[in-house]
Write a protein that binds this ligand. Structure first.
Ligand SMILES: [Zn+2]
Ligand SMILES: [Zn+2]
Length: 155
């Protein structure tokens, strides 16, 4: 078999998307091996999903900030000091923005567990998962944001 793009070279791999045969030069451009057209479409897909997740993060930060800011400042409660209110707004809007990242992380870990649960278990599962997502998101939000920015910077 010869490379799909270089008919003078022996194929050493196949595009993992479309199965075209690739020579060693073509195969080593992507990991796993992809032909130029699949590589391009996958990297543009990654870039647009990275952009989408960054935009979602900003939207959630703004909405979360407005919502929690309203909750804290609309009441004249003197229970919280001004500093505590600001801290609460920052913490909760950060938690809200991190939620999708935490949810995705947990989905990756628990998808098999989910299938094994009876219907009643799903209710508990979602309850626990929603709580855990908020906490895991605190860690995953910066990790995923850095990853998304790196993906966007790649040409
Ligand atoms: Zn391909
Ligand atoms: Zn080739």
């Amino acid at each position: 078999m010869k490379c799909f793009y270089h008919n003078d070279r022996d194929a050493v791999a196949q595009c993992s998307e479309c199965g075209k045969f690739l020579c060693s030069d073509c195969a080593e451009k992507w990991e796993p091996p992809l032909c130029p057209s699949c590589g391009k479409s996958i990297s543009s897909y990654n870039r647009s999903s990275a952009a989408a997740s960054l935009i979602l993060t900003v939207i959630l930060l703004v909405l979360g900030g407005l919502f929690t800011g309203f909750m804290y400042f609309s009441t004249d409660s003197t229970f919280y000091s001004f500093g505590e209110k600001i801290f609460g707004v920052v913490l909760y809007s950060y938690m809200i923005a991190g939620f999708p990242a935490g949810w995705r992380k947990l989905s990756g870990l628990t998808s098999r567990l989910f299938l094994a649960l009876p219907v009643v278990g799903w209710v508990f599962y979602f309850g626990i998962k929603i709580g855990l997502s908020a906490i895991v998101g605190l860690v995953m939000l910066p990790v995923e944001t850095v990853k998304a920015i790196r993906t966007l910077k790649q040409g």
